[in-house]
Design a protein around this ligand. Structure first.
Ligand code: SF4
Ligand code: SF4
Ligand code: SF4
Length: 467
């Protein structure tokens, strides 16, 4: 096991061997007219295996030298975006008399290397390890842990907990049942990174993110890669927002199959993985989002509702101050209320409330539809700093009970409020105000019917000015 250590011995051995001796060890390779080009898989968006250029430059260069001799290639190319690896690689290439160039880019464009022998960096380093008589392993990392070299027969379940919800690798979700008895060799992870997912992870949300990453990486030349990823992104978005029409799932499956066979590089082959593996291995997760309109992990905000439990609310208004979109209604003397229409589900109020009065639910829930009277009357005069005028556009709500700091709260009392005492007004009795009669619609005035599209059926014609 020497992939992660600088294999200087292989570098020394390869300079002493000729092509014949190498063929006797490795067999022949199909001749190529171009170069031997090494990189990580385009689909490997984490690019953890690029660290081989830093850890084992001698092994990578020795492997490339072996492959050039076996295939008859004139030179070798390494496609990488890694920085600070040039000097070590060039020194190693000089030692074995290899013409090596570095292509500084993140992705290998297959069309530009159509005459080349394409290999991965770990594959090149494996040739060097074999030359030294070693059995190369597979490079694997679990979550953000270090990359380690493990025998191919290692069981995946030895690395990840059996009780996890899923394992994500190469943009594909695996259910724990699929991993039982599966070895790393059978899994064949290209990136080597296994992401362990728990019940707190929403697979639909993760599929959406994976598709988005792949869309950014796709060069767009292949129709099925470009359009398939676009369609999958729309379907995943609809799934996470509860707008999905079930026939779209069949389309997603068919597209994933077509993407696998009709694209030109590894990215296109894996582009359908997020959606295809989600539909295949996690139908219950899809069902919950598509039919029951709930997110089991409580991640998809379209299915989440925040409300205030009137039994716990003390009217302190800490939540109101924390709300970035002023979605919490305040009425003096009453518990606060969240306006679900305006709420952007950021969760700020949840952390601001010290009484744990704010509840976050996913799926259907019974939500109080009106505020309750506060038990503690001292809270009634509490002022809030939030201003409804700051509300961003798009709100259909016409009014809020919240008022600016410093403004007096309306006092709602049973008895009429006495005016301030004034010696003049006390001496002279105030005449009763004359009340102008309200304008009324004459019987001859017809009701005006609204144009179609409005939910309101009728509206009165223009108000009539009083005589
Ligand atoms: S499969 Fe995708 S990334 Fe690869 S060449 Fe085709 S369009 Fe580009
Ligand atoms: S912070 Fe909590 S207790 Fe205070 S008004 Fe908001 S929900 Fe009620
Ligand atoms: S979740 Fe965010 S937007 Fe919604 S009421 Fe609470 S603070 Fe306001």
């Amino acid at each position: 096991m020497s992939l992660l250590h600088n294999n200087i011995r292989a570098l020394e051995m390869v300079s002493d061997l000729d092509t014949k001796a190498l063929i006797s060890v490795f067999g022949t390779k199909e001749p190529v007219s171009g170069c031997v080009t090494a990189s990580v898989w385009n689909t490997d968006t984490e690019r953890r295996k690029e660290s081989l250029l830093e850890k084992n430059p001698a092994g990578v260069v020795a492997g490339l030298k072996i492959l050039t001799l076996l295939s008859g290639a004139q030179a070798a190319v390494i496609v990488t975006a890694a920085e600070g690896v040039e000097s070590e690689l060039e020194a190693a290439a000089r030692q074995v008399n290899l013409t090596l160039s570095l292509e500084k880019r993140a992705d290998l464009v297959k069309f530009e290397h159509r005459n080349d022998l394409l290999v991965t960096l770990d594959e090149a380093a494996s040739y060097a390890a074999c030359l030294c008589g070693e059995e190369p392993g597979l490079l694997i990392a679990v979550d953000d842990g270090e990359l380690q070299e493990l025998p191919p027969e290692t069981l995946v379940t030895d690395l990840v907990p059996v009780a996890c919800k899923a394992v994500l690798t190469d943009h594909r979700f695996y259910a724990p049942a699929e991993l039982t008895g599966l070895s790393l060799g059978d899994l064949g992870s290209r990136s080597g990174v296994l992401r362990v997912l728990t019940e707190k992870d929403c697979l639909v949300d993760l599929a959406k993110k994976e598709i988005s990453i792949l869309r950014e990486k796709s060069c767009g030349r292949c129709t099925f890669c470009r359009e398939g990823l676009f369609q999958h992104s729309v379907i995943a978005e609809d799934l996470s927002s509860g707008r999905l029409k079930p026939p779209a799932l069949d389309l997603a499956r068919e597209l994933a199959d077509a993407m696998f066979v009709s694209t030109s590089c590894s990215l296109g082959e894996d582009a359908g993985n997020p959606m295809a593996s989600l539909l295949r291995a996690f139908p219950q997760e899809v069902e919950a989002h598509a039919r029951r309109r709930e997110c089991p992990a409580g991640i998809c905000t379209a299915f989440i509702t925040f409300y205030i439990d009137p039994a716990k609310c003390l009217g302190s208004h800490d939540c109101v101050r924390s709300c970035p979109v002023h979605a919490i209604d305040v009425k003096p003397g009453f518990t606060s209320m969240i306006d679900s229409f305006d709420c952007i589900k950021c969760g700020s109020c949840l952390t601001a409330c010290t009484q744990s009065a704010i509840v976050r639910v996913s799926g259907k829930a019974r939500i109080p539809d009106r505020p309750a009277r506060l038990k503690d009357s001292s809270m009634e005069e509490t002022q809030v700093e939030s201003t409804p005028e700051k509300r961003e556009g798009g709100s259909r709500r016409k009014r809020s009970f919240a008022r600016p700091a410093g403004a007096s709260a309306p006092v709602k009392s049973e008895a009429p409020v006495a005016p301030p005492s004034d010696p003049v007004s006390e001496a002279v009795p105030t005449p009763a105000p004359s009340v102008a009669p309200m304008p009324t619609r004459p019987a001859s005035q017809p009701l005006v019917t609204r144009a179609s599209g409005s939910k309101r059926k009728h509206s009165y014609a223009k108000p009539i000015k009083p005589e």
